[in-house]
Ligand binder design. Structure first.
Ligand code: PGU
Length: 461
């Protein structure tokens, strides 16, 4: 509580006022008493001064400055504070229904019911997580029949969703590849840089997005990967690149793999949208599988936030593909060693959901249908937004990039001032890099969004 009295101020003994006032006095001997009225002070005679203990007024945390809001999750906080009826949150990549409600998949509810029926306990998981989850998650990624699975060359540990899994891998790099650099696409998901900064892993960017073509700068990408020091880690988005929505073609993936192999780099995939890009789990894993089939060693972080809608369950995995099963066992032991002092062991609920769904043919098929539904809804609003932009904008600007992009997002090309206009004038919340999450867009708002984009693009510099 604010006061002008300095902390631990000394005070001479004031005459007793028998008014019932509560007081704390501290003597030099630490002898103190609090009382109402009658007896008020006990202290050794030799002491001439007492000090009055008052609440600490100057915080020890005074030098800690205010952290900036998170560029993505901070947008949701700002959205909540806006009371305008037309407000729209296209900031965070989280799926919403046409009624703008978060969606808990039916298949998830069924898996949770199964768990309740079985009356499963809440014992600690092992450090590496739920064995049944680790098995199905690696199989879902690489294919159960793949050589890497058959030869037991994958070290898989359950992680705290995609972010936590990436952070584990970053710690592994820092410890066992000191000084090695991680190459990150420009642009990328904003948290990638934080993760490697936090783990003290140096990183640099490779060219990815070409604003002129609103497409992939493939030549720039290849030449930057070639120019990096041998043995660098190359961070690649498995599918549905965030924020651009632009993925390499299968032929381009082959060339990327060639260059990475030539340079002895280590591919490091971030797979946060398996099934969400095309609607097919297998198709969306094809980039990772292409690298694994070449016999390359690689890292893959997985997340079930988007494809199963398990955002808050924090369920994902870190997979390290090694050239021998022996190396995989050792790598796994070190991943566990990193996890233990950080969070000890991961939560069980989401792991059981995934294990129940992927391990059960009926539920697994139901999940695939759910995913097609979600991916389909996003595709339909993507089309509707494009139709609105094309119909309303007479300037001749080509908006077809909106249709070419895939996944949850559209990278609009709006700059910071234009994005600010979207929010301040139109109450459309989005990240300042010009990204909008189409997963949060209902059909009924596509025309409104098209108006907002056209106004911001043409009337703000
Ligand atoms: N990797 C990429 C490429 C992502 O886009 C995201 C989430 C993650 C990993 C991590 O997701 P987890 O929930 O930890 O599994 N990106 C979203 C979600 C919001 C955020 O920034 O965490 C987004 O809106 O970009």
């Amino acid at each position: 509580m604010a006061s002008t009295v300095p902390p631990l101020a000394s005070a001479s003994i004031a005459p007793l006022q028998n008014d019932g006032l509560k007081a704390n006095f501290k003597t030099g001997t630490s002898l103190q008493c609090t009382f109402l009225g009658k007896e008020f002070y006990k202290a050794k005679q030799s002491f001439t001064r007492t000090s009055m203990t008052v609440a600490v007024k100057v915080s020890r945390f005074n030098d800690i400055t205010m952290a900036p809001p998170d560029p993505i999750l901070g947008v949701s906080e700002a959205f909540k504070a806006d009371t305008h009826e037309l407000k729209l949150n296209l900031g965070v990549g989280a799926y919403r229904t046409e009624d703008l409600q978060p969606l808990v998949l039916n298949v998830v509810k069924k898996a949770e019911n199964l768990m309740l029926e079985r009356g499963e306990n809440k014992e600690y998981l092992p450090i590496e997580g739920l064995a049944a989850f680790n098995k199905v998650t690696a199989e879902l990624l690489f294919g159960a029949d793949s050589a890497v699975i058959q030869q037991q060359r994958v070290a898989t540990v359950q992680g705290l969703s995609g972010t936590g899994s990436l952070r584990l891998a970053a710690a592994l790099i820092e410890r066992y590849f000191p000084g090695s650099k991680v190459l990150i696409s420009a642009p990328t998901w904003g948290n990638h840089k934080n993760i490697f900064n936090d783990a003290r892993v140096p990183w640099s960017e490779y060219r990815y997005y070409d604003p002129k073509t609103v497409g992939l700068d493939f030549e720039g990408m290849i030449s930057d990967i070639k120019a990096a020091p041998e043995g660098s880690f190359v961070l690649l988005h498995g599918c549905a690149h965030n924020p651009t929505g632009i993925d390499p073609t299968p032929e381009q993936w082959e060339i990327i793999a060639d260059v990475i192999q030539e340079k002895n780099h280590i591919p490091f995939f971030d797979v946060a949208y398996q099934g969400f890009a095309s609607g097919s789990l297998d198709k969306d894993a094809s980039s990772v599988r292409l690298f694994a089939a070449r016999g390359m060693e690689l890292l893959v972080a997985q997340s079930y936030s988007k494809n199963l809608g398990l955002y808050a369950e924090r369920i994902g995995a870190m997979n390290v593909v090694c050239s021998s099963s022996d190396a995989a066992v050792r790598v796994k032991s070190q991943l566990k060693r990193i996890a233990r002092p950080m969070y000890s062991n991961p939560p069980i609920h989401g792991a059981r959901i995934v294990a129940n769904i992927v391990g059960n043919t009926e539920l697994f098929n139901e999940w695939k249908e759910d995913m097609e539904l979600m991916a389909g809804r996003i595709k339909s609003v993507r089309q509707k937004l494009y139709d609105g932009l094309k119909a309303k904008d007479n300037s001749g600007k080509d908006w077809s990039f909106v249709l070419k992009q895939i996944g949850m997002f559209s990278f609009t090309g709006l700059n910071k001032a234009q994005s600010d206009n979207m929010t301040n004038k139109w109450h459309v919340y989005m990240t300042k890099d010009g990204r909008i999450s189409l997963a949060g867009l209902p059909s009924a708002k596509c025309d409104y969004l098209a108006d907002a984009i056209i106004d911001s693009y043409h009337n703000v510099n």
